[in-house]
Design a protein around this ligand. Sequence first.
Ligand SMILES: C[S@@+](CC[C@H](N)C(=O)[O-])C[C@H]1O[C@@H](n2cnc3c(N)ncnc32)[C@H](O)[C@@H]1O
Length: 321
Amino acid sequence: MYLRPLAIGASTFIPGMRRLLTQRGTGSTSSATYCYEVWLKHLVLLWAHGMRAMPKTLAELGPGDSLGVGLAAVLCGVDHYFALDVVNYSNPRLNLAVFDELIALLRNRTPRTHTGWPDYDQYLDNNLFPSHILTDGVLEKSLAPSRIERIRAVLKTRERESRDICIEYRAPWLDDDVIDKESVDVVLSHAVLQSVLDLDRTYAALYAGLKPGGSMSHQIDFTSFRTSRQWNGHWAYSEAVWKLIVGKRPYLINREPHSTHVDLLRKHGFELVCDLQNYSNEPGIRRSQLSARWNRIGEDDFACAGAFIQARKPEIRVHAV
Ligand SMILES: C[S@@+](CC[C@H](N)C(=O)[O-])C[C@H]1O[C@@H](n2cnc3c(N)ncnc32)[C@H](O)[C@@H]1O
């Protein structure tokens, strides 16, 4: 038995420890380059799968340490950005620092710096920049000095809105109706849905919040998040052990595999437009080690370490009478 995750889980029952673990942050979105690349990847793949205009309204689940992914989107022309998290990680000072770096990255049409997964180079120009979407005309408008100052004013004053720009951060995000019905063009999340506890309710809320014809883009990680030595060892733990590992943390991972997401998307009425799966090269646990809850997991799910999923809410259908 791998004791480290059990010890960490147990420590969250000690008063103060949970806060200490949360204060460490989530790690990635404090880097402007990371946020820039995450936004470019989701944007380029949304475009490749049928989106033909910059969204006006974007909602992001689980932005983490900064609002940088959404700020990159706002700098490309998104006017309304809603960030929904369960933990209030982000702070205005870091957001402003990331924002300034993002302006420079976009003004310089900075090429994406690393390939990552999924690889989307085929959609980029020779300079590894999406100049077919972020044309000079688009960026001239979205990066106009007066617009940048309005965005900065919203970030500085923490007032949600300045004329056309609205940035709203809800953490914790508790109510399903935080997002107004049919108000959002695109919902995005990156390394988040593997942690959402009530996926059914969340997908229902996202469906309700999206405009007809709106899109979702999610990268999901199905690995064990260091709760075991093997990448898929989280599926070996019994329910009782898993409860101890999670402890009193507000979230860890829900352990749901790829097919759960696909099934829920279909159940809620989404059309799947992209479903890329990443299969691990690392040796994992054997099927015989799976716990009772997971021992019927399909071969495909058992090998799938990550997915990049995009889906559309259908346009309203007009029925002939
Ligand atoms: C691994 S971090 C990823 C952060 C960031 N998206 C990134 O790419 O680095 C997971 C994030 O999901 C958030 N999260 C967990 N459950 C959530 C939920 N039900 N709704 C919204 N965010 C959630 C966490 O608070 C955290 O910010």
